[in-house]
Design a protein around this ligand. Structure first.
Ligand code: AMP
Length: 273
């Protein structure tokens, strides 16, 4: 695996069939699944590790975000990753364009007001300098995938967005670097997030969509020390909240963000009915 640290070195990759996997490091099996899928599709894979300051609010965990570069390198080598891009903050952020996403004020954008604009701005820069044929992202960050889809269309990037289903622990908990902040007890509590999403989806299929069912689920999660920020059903394209209906039809995302202690977790289920 070749390590790249400057924009100049990226020029040598221009003729390759390249898939780009942006990450903030502290890699787990979810990240590695993105690499494996890219290899299966016969891409050369470039993974970036960069904790993007533009997507963190001032009271968030930018400074304490876990950094495990040595282990990350070994994990990427084991998956036959071709290139690891470790950009220098100054060079990457230099002359960056401030993006605004139509999705910025929905779901996670409500309590993280600049988050998605920060994500879009950094990914735009990455796409401009890496020029990948594809970008590979996880469905766990469903809203983020919509932001990047919007970005690609807006700037006419010749880049395909490939999304990969969420990798989970045996308990159902979505893998996340932030799971490292959880105590053992909190980790057990956190597994209730996914099981509750599944139960809610099943209820919707059985009984139609009733707001009362959602309310009851939120109460249940709160009783289990899961502090719900939102837990709701959204249109999978516009992210508008869905009205109660006995006969839903369309593409939906049942999504949640919740805090356990100080740790903010997200998860979702995407489905069509
Ligand atoms: P992050 O390092 O959290 O910025 O995530 C980098 C990429 O990995 C994003 O596209 C995420 O959606 C993806 N990712 C994170 N966790 C998972 C997971 N559990 N399953 C699949 N993809 C994931």
């Amino acid at each position: 695996m070749k390590i790249i640290k400057s924009n100049k070195e990226l020029e040598a990759l221009n003729s390759k069939k390249l898939a780009f996997v942006p990450t903030m490091g502290n890699l787990h099996a979810g990240h590695l699944k993105l690499v494996s899928e890219a290899k299966k599709l016969e891409y050369e894979v470039i993974v970036s590790i960069f904790v993007n300051p533009l997507q963190f609010g001032k009271d968030e965990d930018f400074d304490s975000y876990p950094k495990t570069l040595k282990e990350d390198k070994l994990k990427l080598i084991s998956k036959e990753c071709d290139y690891l891009f470790l950009p220098k903050s100054k060079e990457l952020l230099n002359g960056i364009h401030q993006e605004t996403s139509r999705y910025n004020n929905f779901l996670c954008g409500i309590d993280r007001p600049e988050h998605f604009n920060g994500v879009a701005s950094i990914i735009r820069k990455f796409l401009e300098i890496i020029k990948p044929n594809s970008i590979i992202m996880g469905e766990k960050d469903f809203q983020q995938t919509l932001v990047i889809k919007e970005l690609i269309i807006k700037h006419n990037f010749k880049c395909k967005l490939i999304t990969i289903p969420t990798a989970r622990e045996n308990s159902g908990l979505a893998m996340s670097s932030r799971n490292n902040y959880l105590t053992e007890t909190e980790r057990m509590q956190a597994a209730k997030i996914y099981s509750t999403l599944v139960d809610t989806k099943n209820l919707i299929f059985k009984n139609g969509f009733k707001r009362k069912d959602l309310k009851n689920k939120i109460i249940y999660l709160k009783k289990n020390n899961i502090n719900v920020i939102y837990f709701d059903l959204f249109d999978a394209e516009s992210l508008e909240s869905i009205n109660e209906s006995p006969h839903l039809k369309g593409n939906f995302v049942l999504a949640t963000a919740a805090k356990i202690g100080n740790t903010r977790l997200i998860d979702n289920i995407v489905f069509s009915i």
